[in-house]
Each structure stands twice: as structure tokens, then as C-alpha cells.
Design a protein around this ligand. Structure first.
Ligand code: PLP
Length: 386
């Protein structure tokens, strides 16, 4: 299955392969983490599978096929909620932002079981204005926590909760929960402080709690004990949210592999320049491969300085060589390379054999994070799922 391909009979020069079985395995991994975190294994926290941003760039339609065991999905906005329903998702949907939405937009029966994050006064008013006599959504009140970007700080939080609680008692809402998004979930001490502040702010208020994200579940799984729900995105796709450790090192399976074909291979003499501005100088006589993928597909322009590619079988790691252009990038295949046009290179994920170039390494090579690379692919990059 692919997206955005006007001529499906033509083989793509570059594509992202999405392994849906890996996503199902990562979901099972997260579940076992949730089970292991609680002393009373009969009631582990339930799991929202976060599929915002077209399932972190993996293609929502593909990813939903792997989420049969998720308790619900979490989307960015109502557009994504409708898209998920269109693709056949029947379970609960948590919408992170209903900014700019009108009351009638929430009353569409096609939206099914809907949960809505309440992070500002406008959303409070929106829910209070819902007409009676339609399936009532659940509200999740967001505590501002240490992010201080969205949500309510302590005193406003209690007042907002009172208003939502009144809506629930009037039957306008199906329930009210408490939601926190950690600012520093990768740091166990900071996370513990954030959690303590959240528990203090919500103490005595009725309703389920939902805090943990991928970093919390990977790094400090015990902190989700006592929560009713967790929300996980990045780990679902096999990437790590913890610094200095990759998804495969945690036991996760990378779901996306990014491939391109070589469209040309040139011999370059020692000292000769390669690429715009002579950005690379071959340190030795070598073979330079030109792969048909560039920043117009979503490959960061600065990947070349420290980025690597997998090539050949068995796979070897070779450096990018010279600036990434809109349509292609150059790779120093080495003096003894036998690859030619048509051979496949891999910029992250699994190569031709089981070798893996973790997306976290590619992200570090261009000073960003895995989620930035995964969600940054452009519409011209076909997604092929299996
Ligand atoms: C994106 C997002 C998540 C998922 O975070 P991961 O680190 O990908 O697990 C959870 N909660 C909120 C509010 C988010 O915006």
C-alpha cells in the first residue's frame, strides 16, 4: 500500500517501508511494561496509541491495522479523528486539541466514542455549550505541569475541574479525567517532581488519571502505577525517547526503514570535490554513489556531515559525502565498492540483511530527534507497508 502515487505502476526511486508487524510487537512490549509496572496486575493502565501527525509519519491507515490491541487511539485534532474513523477505527479516540472547533463539530455521530483534552477556557466554554441529546464526550482536563504551554495551573485547575464535573453531572459529558504531559520524562528525578506536583494538584478530585508517555514508560515505568491510562507514540514506532539509547537497545522494533536506489555511481580521485560548494573532498580514490533521495523528500539537508547509509549485502556502513540536494544525496561507497545504479541504500531502519541503522543515530547526526525525521517526510515520499 502506498500514498500519493499518481502512477502506481512506476517503481519509486525512494520510499519508506513500514513494518506493521513491528508496530504490533512494540504495542505488546508497551503492554508488558504497563503490566510489569503495577503490583496488582489485574488492572494495568490502559493504553492510548498516539497516532497524531499521520501516525508519526508512518501512515495512519497502515498503522491502524497493527493497533487491534490498543485500548484507544490519540489524535492531534478532529480532522485526524475523522480520518481514523474513515479507515475503520471503532475504538475510543482521544483528541489532543479541539482549538477552533464549534459545538456542532463535536456532535457528529461519525466521531463515535470521543475523548477531548481540555487545555484552555475556550474548550471549557465549548463543552459547556454542547447541546444535550447526543453521545457525550469524555473530557480530560490538562494540568499545565512544568511545560507551562497548554493547560491549567493549580488554582485554575480546580475551578476548571468543578465546571467540567458539573457538565458531567448534567449528562453533557460522559466523564472527566486528569491529564499531564511531562516536560522532562527522560529524567527520572524531574519526572518524579512533576508527578508529585500533579498528584498534589489533583488530590481529592474524582476521575481517572493519564500521564505516562513513551519516555516515562521506557525510563521510569513504575511511575505509571496508579494511573488509569498511558499515552505512547514514539515507542510504538520502535524509536527511543531516552537520550543515548536506541529503540532496538530497549527491545523495540524500528517500524520504518528509509530506502533509495542508487541512480549513478562515479569514480572520484583523491582530493576531488563532491557536491555543491565542493562540500566533500574524497580523502582517497573512491566510488561515489548518487542516491535518488533528498531534502525534497524530507531528508534533512545537514544529514551529510555525520550521516551514514547502509549498503550492500552483508550491509556495510558508509558515510554520506557532500551536501544533500533536493533530489539526491551522495555517498562515499569506498574504493572497492561494486554497487551500481539500481542498488538500494538505507538511511535509517533495516538494510538488506538484518543490519539496522537506528533512526536515533540519523537524528543525532543532524542535531535533531527521531520524531522530527519520522514526521518530516514529504508527500513525495511513498510509504509502502507490509
Ligand atoms: C505526542 C504526545 C504524546 C506521545 O508522546 P511520545 O513521547 O511520542 O510517547 C503524549 N501526550 C501528548 C499530550 C502528546 O502531545
Amino acid at each position: 500500500m502506498t500514498r500519493h502515487r499518481a502512477s502506481p505502476a512506476l517503481d519509486p526511486v525512494a520510499w519508506a517501508h513500514v513494518n506493521t508487524a513491528a508496530i504490533a510487537q512494540n504495542l505488546a512490549w508497551l503492554r508488558s511494561r504497563l503490566h510489569g509496572a503495577v503490583a496488582e496486575p489485574a488492572h494495568p493502565p490502559r493504553l492510548w496509541a498516539v497516532v497524531k501527525a499521520d501516525a508519526y509519519g508512518h501512515g495512519l491507515a497502515h498503522v491502524l491495522q497493527a493497533l487491534h490491541d490498543a485500548d484507544g487511539i490519540c489524535v492531534g485534532d478532529l480532522h485526524e479523528a475523522h480520518t481514523a474513523r474513515h479507515h475503520g477505527w471503532r475504538g475510543p479516540v482521544l483528541v489532543l486539541s479541539v482549538w477552533g472547533v464549534r459545538p456542532n463539530d463535536l456532535c457528529d455521530p461519525a466521531l463515535g466514542e470521543l475523548h477531548v483534552v481540555v487545555d484552555d477556557d475556550a474548550t471549557l466554554h465549548l463543552l459547556e455549550a454542547l447541546p444535550p441529546g447526543r453521545p457525550a464526550p469524555c473530557a480530560w482536563l490538562r494540568h499545565a505541569g512544568c511545560l507551562h504551554s497548554l493547560g491549567f495551573a493549580d488554582a485554575e485547575y480546580a475551578r476548571a475541574h468543578e465546571r467540567l464535573h458539573a457538565c458531567a453531572q448534567a449528562g453533557v459529558l460522559a466523564g472527566v479525567g486528569h491529564l499531564l504531559h511531562y516536560a522532562s520524562a527522560e529524567d527520572p528525578e524531574a519526572l518524579a517532581d512533576e508527578r508529585a506536583a500533579f498528584l498534589a494538584a489533583t488530590a481529592g478530585l474524582p476521575g481517572p488519571r493519564c500521564t505516562g508517555n513513551s519516555a516515562a514508560l521506557c525510563g521510569s515505568p513504575h511511575t505509571v502505577a496508579g494511573d488509569d491510562w498511558a499515552r505512547c507514540g514514539l515507542a510504538l514506532y520502535g524509536a527511543s525517547a531516552l537520550p543515548g539509547v536506541t529503540g532496538p537497545e530497549l527491545g523495540l522494533q524500528p517500524a520504518m526503514s528509509l530506502h533509495a536506489r542508487l541512480v549513478a555511481v562515479q569514480t572520484v580521485r583523491a582530493g576531488e570535490p563532491v557536491g555543491y560548494g565542493g562540500s566533500y573532498r574524497a580523502p582517497h580514490d573512491t566510488r561515489i554513489g548518487v542516491a535518488g533521495v533528498g531534502y525534497g523528500h524530507g531528508i534533512p539537508r545537514n544529514l551529510w556531515q555525520r550521516g551514514m547509509a547502509l549498503v550492500g549485502r552483508p550491509c556495510r556502513r558508509v558515510p554520506l559525502a557532500g551536501r544533500v540536494t533536493m533530489d539526491c544525496l551522495t555517498i562515499d561507497l569506498g574504493p572497492h565498492a561494486t554497487e551500481g545504479a539500481g542498488d538500494i541504500v538505507t538511511l535509517w531502519g533495516h538494510g538488506a540483511d538484518s543490519a539496522c541503522l537506528p533512526v536515533e543515530h540519523a537524528a543525532a547526526a543532524c542535531d535533531t530527534i527521531a520524531a522530527d525525521l519520522l514526521t518530516g517526510l514529504t508527500a513525495r515520499m511513498p510509504l509502502m507497508a507490509s
